[in-house]
Write a protein that binds this ligand. Structure first.
Ligand code: FAD
Length: 612
């Protein structure tokens, strides 16, 4: 039962039993809302203490409270005699991030977001503001996992060489949360939202069946599936909640928030061993020493930026920018890979509108009991994995779903979050005055094109220069795959289920495609190029590879080549983001690195695989 606090309001005109009942209601709402996303679940901030120390020294320093950073901090600090510092540029998450239904409200700006605008390319992203594509990452404790869609799918590398130790680690560790072997230490909590929060869930599943795509089974990713979400008791259960909350009572763990790592410091120019990091907090700049190792978990963009700013990167490039060279490493920032997404909009005469009463009821249910429509993400957990290639068992396309009732107040937030061209936003909003909008986002899982992370400035505050190079693969397979996926998904319109509800592909009037006949092959190609954007699943900027591969940056054991005691541990080192999202594989890599570090630093360490 919700409890009642003691707050008094002046409601003099209403008296007696009615006033009493009203006061109890208001007090209960106030009392219950303050527990949503409560900050007491995070470890305290040690940053102010660091500023006052002459030299702060820790055994391990981890840069970035990301999925990998939080997991690694949890596992390393299990050794009571190791001191572990986790440095995070952002703050604790705002309370709103805890509410699952509000997941689209965090992009595109705010102090807790890194917004990266990609270098302009006249041939793509023309359906977005300023004809430019954008990328977002979380700048907060928990990293992007504290603002993302909460899908939890293990990293799937079905088509890669399984003997490789990294894939072995992902295969072995990614299911750990499911097996609940790590309950006492911190656990990712997953929930499946199977309740039919809208009739549309059933409609979509039926239409996919009619298209020949059945529900996915355990062994293969292919098919339609309800992806489990990182939610617990109606609140987002991001990686800081899963892995940092248990550390509140560990005296060897330290969190420094609002603290920016500006550069990596070496012992001396000849001895390529890491000494520590230069950091800034408010207006203070200081140095923190890593006695054993420094581990970068700041994500594929900022990890690459940190190495480049610290003089580790392509020689000529760094010298041209007058950055003192520490090590010539041609591959830094080079192999950037991300899934490519294209949103398609459909209208329907489904008669569901969002009334004020519904919204108030949803708010009440959530604030009081953490249940109802705010406690999940609608139909976003429904994902269709399909293949447009001749390998029928391996998907190359994922389709994500969103649904907006007539006059839906979330639609504008969504469209602006995508930074769509304002004219396109107006067209879709106008249609939504009278019709339901269904958004199907085609996502290319294995793009062949490769982008690059470069610098704009010689200090960390400057934004990076990200080149997408979309559709640059020589044989045009990325555009072909998306064109095929477009036709396949459009066939849903012919299914009896879609026809019954008059679900039709909408002409959103893409400015650059007006000269082509609607839905002609030229239109489709133009639509894809104009409406494509890079998704949030990024990898590869610090590729891991064998000694003979000069473009590789990281060795098999996650250590940066030719530099001692500097490791990278997140999707930066994967050759591509994999067939699903990256949170699961990031956590898996962190668990693996913990084993590697224990083997190195604990004398006579005997492998004790309590984890799978
Ligand atoms: C809108 C959106 C939806 C997504 N949905 C899903 C999903 O449903 N499922 C899923 O698995 N994945 C999803 N992802 C992707 C996923 O959340 C991320 O890939 C994952 O969280 C790991 O991100 P990362 O490695 O870039 O690190 P991040 O999580 O971005 O963490 C890096 C951290 O390092 C900090 N940092 C960076 N530079 C510095 C510095 N110099 N000093 C100190 N700290 C620094 C950052 O502030 C940040 O907190 C989504 C992403 C986005 C943007």
């Amino acid at each position: 039962m919700p409890s009642v606090g003691l707050i008094t309001y002046d409601i003099t005109p209403v008296q007696g039993a009615l006033a009493n009942a009203f006061l109890i209601l208001i007090n209960s709402l106030f009392f219950n809302i303050k527990f949503i996303g409560h900050l007491s679940q995070y470890p305290e901030d040690s940053a102010p203490k660091l500023v006052n120390e002459d030299i702060a020294v820790f055994d391990f320093i981890i840069v970035g409270a990301s999925a990998a950073g939080c997991t690694l901090a949890n596992r390393l600090s299990e050794q009571e005699y190791w001191s572990v510092l986790l440095i995070e540029a952002g703050d604790y998450p705002q309370r709103t991030t805890a509410v699952p239904a509000f997941y689209p409200t965090f992009a595109p700006s705010g102090s807790d977001i890194w917004q990266y605008v990609l270098k302009k390319d006249r041939t793509v992203c023309t359906g977005y503001e300023d004809k430019k594509c954008r990328m977002y990452r979380g700048k907060l404790v928990g990293g992007t996992s504290a603002i993302n869609n909460m899908h939890y799918l293990r990293g799937v590398y079905e088509d890669d060489n399984k003997t490789d130790i990294l894939y072995e680690s992902i295969e072995n560790y990614a299911d750990a949360p499911k097996k609940k072997t790590n309950v006492p230490k911190g656990e990712i909590h997953l929930e499946k939202v199977l309740q039919n929060n809208t009739a549309l869930r059933g409609t979509l599943i039926a239409a996919y069946h009619e298209l020949g795509l059945s529900e996915a089974h355990e062994k293969s990713l292919l098919g339609v599936r309800h992806v489990p979400l990182t939610i617990k008791d109606g609140e987002r259960h991001h990686m800081a909640r899963a892995f940092l909350t248990p550390l509140k009572i560990r005296s060897n763990f330290f969190l420094a928030k609002n603290t920016l790592v500006q550069g990596i410091v070496m012992n001396d120019p000849l001895d390529k061993r890491v000494k520590g990091v230069n950091v800034s907090l408010d207006n203070h700049n200081f140095f923190v020493q890593a006695r054993k190792e420094l581990i970068l978990t700041a994500g594929p963009i900022n990890n690459a930026k940190l190495l480049l700013l610290s003089g580790i990167g392509p020689r000529d490039y760094l010298l041209k920018r007058k950055i003192p060279l520490v090590l010539n490493m041609p591959g830094v920032g080079k192999n950037l890979k991300f899934h490519l997404a294209v949103p398609l909009f459909f209208t329907s005469n489904l008669n569901e509108d969002q009334t004020e009463t519904d919204f108030i009821q949803d708010t009440f249910n959530y604030v009081m009991y953490r249940i109802g429509n705010f406690s999940h993400t609608g139909i976003n957990d429904l994902v269709a994995f399909m293949s447009t290639e001749p390998y029928p068992n391996i998907p190359n396309i994922a389709v994500f779903h969103n649904y907006f009732k007539i006059g839906d107040r979330m639609l504008k937030i969504w469209l602006e979050g995508l930074s769509l061209d304002p004219k396109i936003v107006t067209n879709i909003m106008k249609a939504n005055e009278k019709q339901v909008i269904i958004m199907l986002t085609l996502t290319l899982l294995r793009p062949q094109s490769t982008g690059e992370v470069k610098l704009n400035d010689t200090h960390f505050h400057g934004s990076p220069n990200i080149e997408g190079h979309f559709f640059s693969d020589p044989i045009g397979s990325d555009l072909l795959a998306l064109t095929n996926a477009f036709s396949r998904v459009n066939k849903l319109q012919d299914s009896p289920t879609f026809q019954q509800l008059n679900i039709e592909f909408m002409d959103i009037v893409v400015p650059d495609c007006r000269n082509y006949a609607f839905c002609s092959i030229h239109y489709v190609k133009c639509y894809i190029k104009s409406m494509v954007y890079p998704t949030s699943d990024i990898a590869g900027s610090l590729k891991r590879g064998p000694e003979c591969d000069s473009s590789a940056v990281v060795k098999a054991d996650f250590e940066v080549r030719y530099i001692r005691c500097l490791r990278v541990c997140d999707s930066s080192i994967l050759p591509h983001p994999g067939l699903s999202n990256t949170v699961a594989s990031d956590a898996a890599m962190a668990v693996k690195l913990n084993e590697i570090l224990k083997e190195k630093w604990i004398k006579n360490y005997v492998k004790n695989f309590t984890e799978p």
